[in-house]
Write a protein that binds this ligand. Structure first.
Ligand SMILES: [Mg+2]
Length: 372
């Protein structure tokens, strides 16, 4: 069995929240090389989407492994050190604790991990997104693994016809459920259509009995009085031979669906599929970006990556995202561009409530005390 882990963190932005400084990328690559030399990792690659560094690693320690998580933690400490030296924005912002303890759960960095028996040919897509949240994967995952208008294999591949099991988390109540699709499709859509709360964590093939996809949906953790964990997400999707073809797994992103995130984590905006070189967010800290890195995993080695959205076939989605961004931006501080009050990452509402309390008067009291 091998494990593929993507562990990511924002340890400082260059410039503002837009991208990662090349010196930080070089440091992360040095650390990954060292970990390969020491035998901790079979293989590793480093990539960035926006202001997040992703460590893409293969190893034999399984999911939630202390050794792997602490390696990532130490690497992010090193990149934070560089960010501080260069005065970069929000240096170390995703490292929420002073010391590492056991694994990364609730400590700030996000991670998606899959442990599997490598097939003779193992095509894998690693999706990295910036300026959005894990629920952003709900719609594309639904299309990949449950929508025959996206994925022809659901109809014409014997090994896919029985469908897939979707593991969904309720982030607020810390519960999970498995939806058996296609029979539970309509039930599941009621939940995953609300991606700020209900998020797909993993997907399993019913015929092959293997896990096909995993996202960086961690339980929300209350740290320093604030819920954390709704963070720029990553995702692993295994492809072909009874799982969606590579092209079926990429196809949902030809539609730039709207996600929560963008400026100050507090707006709806379209998710734009881009090649790595266009993954930095400059306009209104958006629109949110997604890159897809394709690998063939062979004897644990990461053969690749191929930059899958570096393809003119996604140009139209990029134009569509720009048009939708123009349309939503004209709403300024009004919903639905601005997120509903309860989902805002930043809010002045608490202080306003206090300051304006004496100026709000009850309509019912006024009626009752009106002079006769
Ligand atoms: Mg980010």
């Amino acid at each position: 069995m091998i494990t593929l882990s993507i562990i990511k963190a924002d340890t400082g932005g260059f410039v503002g929240h837009s991208a990662v400084h090349p010196d930080m990328m070089a440091e992360a690559r040095r650390e990954v090389e060292r970990a390969k030399d020491s035998g901790l990792l079979i293989d590793g690659a480093v990539a960035s989407c926006g202001d997040d560094i992703s460590l893409i690693m293969t190893h034999t320690y399984g999911c939630d492994a202390g050794l792997i998580h602490s390696f990532a933690w130490d690497t992010f400490q090193s990149t934070t050190h560089i960010a501080k030296e260069l005065g970069l924005y929000g240096a170390g912002q995703d490292l929420l604790s002073d010391a590492f303890s056991g694994n990364l759960r609730g400590m700030g960095p996000g991670y998606a991990e899959l442990e599997f028996e490598e097939r003779p040919s193992e095509p894998v897509l690693c999706f990295l997104a910036d300026k959005t949240e894990p629920g952003a994967w709900n719609l594309p995952l639904y299309k990949m693994f449950a929508d025959p208008f996206n994925t022809a294999g659901l109809v014409i591949d014997e090994k896919m016809h029985a469908g897939f099991g979707f593991e969904v988390y309720d982030l607020y109540e810390e519960k999970r459920i498995i939806f058996d699709c296609p029979s539970d499709l309509y039930d599941m859509l009621m939940y995953i259509g609300a991606p700020a709360r209900y998020v797909i964590h993993s997907i399993r093939s019913k015929t092959l009995d293997i896990t096909a996809a995993a996202t960086s949906t961690q339980r929300l953790s209350l740290i320093a009085g604030k819920y954390v964990g709704k963070d720029d997400p990553v995702m692993i999707v295994r492809c072909q031979s009874g799982l969606p073809a590579v092209g079926e797994a990429l196809e949902p992103f030809a539609f730039s669906h709207t996600v929560g995130g963008c400026m100050r984590g507090s707006h709806h905006a379209p998710l734009m599929p881009v090649p790595l070189k266009q993954s930095h967010t400059s306009r209104f800290d958006g629109p949110p970006r997604v890159v897809a890195l394709g690998f063939q995993v062979h004897e644990g080695k990461l053969i690749g990556p191929r930059d899958m959205f570096d393809d003119p076939a996604f140009d139209h989605a990029r134009v569509q995202a720009t048009e939708v961004m123009d349309y939503l931006r004209r709403h300024g501080p009004f919903e639905p561009h601005r997120l509903p009050l309860e989902d805002l990452e930043y809010t002045t509402m608490a202080s306003l409530t206090k300051r304006l309390a004496h100026r709000w008067t009850s309509l019912t009291t006024e009626v009752a005390t009106a002079p006769t």
